[in-house]
Design a protein around this ligand. Structure first.
Ligand SMILES: [Zn+2]
Length: 344
C-alpha cells in the first residue's frame, strides 16, 4: 500500500508562515482531513480575538469551490494584514478584546489541488446541504443528482454531507451560532461582471427573518465606503439553488431565537478579468481568477476595506442593530428595495 502523503498547497504554506508570525495570538484548530489519490489534505480553522460566547464573531471562509482560488487568497490576505497589524495596531488589539474572528480559507483543498469546482468526490459543496429549492431551481446549475461527472452535483440523496461541508458546518455551529450576534463572509468568484454580496435565501424567493438588519448594514456600507462597487442583494434575485450551505446554517441559527446570524457571500465578478484579457478564457481556472499579477494584487487589495468593515460592524453591532420602530422602517425599506421591485 502506498503511504498517504501529506501535501502542501501554496496557500497552506502561507498559512503555516502566518501561524509562525502570529505565535499564540492565532489559534489553529484541526477540523479533519480529506484524502485524494494517495494524498491527504488538512481541513483547519484559525481564530483571533476573544472566544467568550457572549461576544460577536465573524467567520471568513474561502476555497469552497476549488477553481475559485482568488476567494481563498482574499481571505488569507485579510488574515495576513491582521497578523501584521497585531505587531503595532493598538486599535486592533482593543477590537479583538470584543470580537472573535474565525477563518477557514481552504474549505475544499482537494478541489483546489485538482483545479475543480467540486470536491474530489465530484460534489459541489454549495449544493450539498440538506435544503431543497423545490421545482423552481434552474436545471443543472441549481443543483442536480444525475451524476458526479456533471457540475453542480448535490451528492447522494439522504447521505451525510461531505467531510468538507460537515467541517464548515461544525465550525460555524461551534464558533458562531450560539452567540447573540455573528456574521459570515464566504468568498467566491465567477458570476457576472460586478462584485455582488449575496445573503440568503438561495432556495426560496421569500425574505429571511433578518432583512431589516441586512438593510441597515447595506446603508452603513454605502455611507462608510461611499465609492464602493458592491451590489448587495438576496441570492434568490439571481437564481434559486438546492443545497446552499448558508441557507442551511441560517435555518440552523433559528434554533436560537434571540440570536442574529447574517451570512454573506462575496461573488467577485470575474468576467471583467476575462474581458480585459480574453486569452485567459483558455487557461485552466482563467474564468475564475485574475491571472495577471497586478490584477490579482488589485483584487486582493480592493476587498480588504470591505472585510474590515464587516469586522468592525460585528464588533460594534450593539450601536447599529435596528430596534422597535427603526427596525420596522428598515424592514419596509428592505422589502421595497429587494423584493417588491423584483416582483414588479
Ligand atoms: Zn463559488
Amino acid at each position: 500500500m502506498v503511504p498517504v502523503q501529506a501535501l502542501e498547497l501554496p496557500e497552506q504554506i502561507e498559512l503555516d508562515q502566518l501561524c509562525a508570525l502570529a505565535g499564540a495570538a492565532l489559534e489553529r484548530s484541526p477540523l479533519g482531513e480529506v484524502h485524494h489519490a494517495g494524498r491527504s489534505f488538512k481541513l483547519e480553522s484559525f481564530a483571533l480575538g476573544n472566544p467568550h460566547s457572549d461576544l460577536p464573531a465573524v467567520a471568513f471562509v474561502g476555497g469552497v469551490h476549488g477553481l475559485e482560488r482568488i476567494g481563498a487568497e482574499v481571505v488569507i490576505a485579510y488574515l495576513r494584514s491582521l497578523v501584521m497589524r497585531l505587531r503595532w495596531d493598538d486599535t486592533l488589539h482593543r477590537q479583538l478584546e470584543r470580537v472573535r474572528l474565525v477563518f477557514m480559507p481552504l474549505v475544499n483543498p482537494g478541489g483546489i489541488w485538482r483545479g475543480t469546482r467540486a470536491n474530489p468526490q465530484g460534489v459541489d459543496l454549495m449544493r450539498n446541504a440538506p435544503v431543497d429549492a423545490g421545482q423552481r431551481a434552474p436545471y443543472l446549475i441549481g443543483g442536480q443528482r444525475l451524476s458526479a461527472k456533471l457540475p453542480w452535483y448535490r451528492g447522494v440523496e439522504g447521505a451525510p454531507m461531505q467531510a468538507e461541508s460537515a467541517a464548515l458546518c461544525a465550525l460555524i455551529e461551534r464558533e458562531l451560532l450560539g452567540r447573540p450576534f455573528s456574521m459570515a463572509v464566504d468568498c467566491h468568484s465567477g458570476f457576472g461582471l460586478i462584485d455582488r454580496i449575496w445573503f440568503p435565501f438561495a432556495h426560496t424567493a421569500k425574505p429571511i427573518a433578518h432583512l431589516a438588519e441586512l438593510h441597515r448594514l447595506s446603508e452603513m456600507l454605502d455611507q462608510s465606503l461611499p465609492n464602493h462597487t458592491y451590489v448587495m442583494e438576496p441570492q434568490s434575485r439571481q437564481y434559486l439553488a438546492h443545497g446552499d450551505i448558508w441557507d442551511h446554517l441560517y435555518l440552523q441559527s433559528q434554533a436560537h431565537p434571540s440570536a442574529v446570524f447574517l451570512p454573506l457571500t462575496l461573488e467577485m465578478g470575474s468576467w471583467v478579468w476575462v474581458k480585459k484579457n480574453p486569452r485567459q478564457l483558455f487557461k485552466r481556472g482563467g474564468i475564475f481568477n485574475p491571472l495577471i499579477e497586478h490584477r490579482q494584487q488589485r483584487v486582493l487589495r480592493r476587498h480588504m476595506s470591505w472585510l474590515d468593515f464587516i469586522s468592525r460592524a460585528a464588533s460594534s453591532h450593539a450601536r447599529w442593530l435596528p430596534q422597535g420602530t427603526a427596525r420596522e422602517r428598515q424592514q419596509e425599506l428592505a422589502l421595497a428595495h429587494w423584493y417588491r421591485k423584483a416582483a414588479a
